[in-house]
Design a protein. Sequence first.
Length: 610
Amino acid sequence: MIAEFELQLVSFIFMAIIAIVYFSKEKVKFAENKYYEIMLICAVISTFATTSLHLYAYFMGFENTLKLAPFISIVNKIVSELYIIFFCSIIAYTITINKKIKISDDSLKVLLAIFYIFYGFIIFFTDVNIELVHGVTTISGSMTIITQTVLALTEVINVIILILNRKYLDKRYYVIYFIMLFMLLSGISSILFPGINLSDVVLVLICFTMYFTIENPDAKMIEQLNIARDQAEKANNAKTEFLSNMSHEIRTPLNAIDGFSQLILEEKNIDTIKDEARDIMAASQNLLEIVNGILDISKIEANKLEIINVEYEPAKVFDELVKLTKARIGDKPLEFNVNIAKDLPEYLNGDYVRLKQIAVNLLTNAVKYTKKGSITLNVDIVKKDNICRLIISVKDTGIGIKKENLDKIFTKFERLDLEKNITIEGTGLGLAITKKLVELMHGKIVVDSTYGKGSNFTVAIDQKIVNKVKTVKEVKDEKPTKQVNLKGKKILIVDDNLINLKVAARLLLSYKIETEEVSSGFDCLKNIKDGKKYDMILMDDMMPKMSGVETFKKLQEIEGFDTPVIALTANAIAGMKENYLKEGFNDYISKPIDKKELERVLTTYLNAKK
Ligand code: ADP
């Protein structure tokens, strides 16, 4: 029958074309793609095999075909295995595109592979009869029955999966219902018209329909581009939002600094001036905290944030926390309860700076987001061998967090419930940093909150117990330190900003140090070449024409130059300290100058005694 042979040939040609077009196109890979690729490969091979058999039968006649019975039977077994793989791949495709079904890709692959092997094993031992039905060579026998039954089963399974999870199927994948229909029609036709082999036509129909609807590489590429564009837009919006938020955050303390500075200029009463200077300091501290938050996030994202473990006294840390929180509460009508475990070890080993930062973030939020009621700080411990698990919980009776927002609070720049929180200052960085710090310290953070009632943040972090007795020296050290006296020492300060020069010189004056200020690298080099001697050089980096680093390099070329050079710079982003040290600077101090840091550097390089 010429029609039968033509049908097979056309099926093969179409399949070959679609496979060539599909595989030659540049594609964006989605999880379901590989199942479509498997379907295409199976369809090409099976249409090729059946076309070849039909061609042979057509030209050689039935009698001659029968002579090749064993070979034909093997080819048909392979073809039925390919059919099974094709139809099971449709199931795998349906499972993969469904948002609800959570079966891992690997488990699915293993399951399918086991099934294919099992099926292949069964049909290997089943019979294949070659008959002439209505003048066409047709396959029958137990293998055909088994294959048709399994195919019918795959159809049923797929329909069940689709019906049960219909709500979770994206609209653009609805074409899969038509595919089911094609499969059904093919099954019915093979029962009603066993003489006409429509199976290959169905394979072609399915592959074509999928290609032109859900598997078109061009469409997928556009889809991917759209996703990328949406992500870029989102990131851009987050950045814009962050910048506007930041500018508001930064303006608030700046407003205080600027306002009080003007007042000081006009004020004559020294006590009022001192009061206003204290407010300026508090605002500067606030500003510094904002900038440090940004630096922390930048360090975290560059994987540069290090946990530095040292020995510390936990009681002291919690004491400072309590004082700080009381100051933050100020005159807000909030009760502050503190319960600290009595058996807290005297000494622990860990990063107490970061531990404090974590607790400060939680306590600050509790104060910020609670109008009235109470805040409770609980510190419990669990000791095991030489490890002490600190369980710090901060509970408030504040505004609480909606359930659906709970997993968003740890995302950077994410601020929630803005209609309620609009008057509360914040950058949305605190909890993102907190979570990351807890993770870096191998701890855990959990939150439990009832919207409108309050929240409870709990952190658990393990710290090593240090067994030692307080030495006399340490008891002595607890007394307030005296101002370091460095009379007779001389420091050269290099900075293009006159205010910065003034601040540094004024700070050094309190140590009785003699200073000389120059505003460029050129002047610095001139002074050294002129033979002027200093005990230390504090060098800014970002200066016009010649940077601090360039000046430093030129200084090194001067014969006999051995003065310690310290980078004193506002360039404090992740990794900067290491960069300056790598350049050869003796040390690094970031601006604004922290007195303790300055003192550390001075005592280290000027060999001073307290
Ligand atoms: P922010 O600078 O906005 O306080 P955080 O990262 O610290 O940033 O917190 C993120 C968001 O989580 C806050 O904007 C707030 O909506 C919510 N949040 C954090 N802590 C609390 C709390 N104790 N009670 C209610 N909401 C909170």
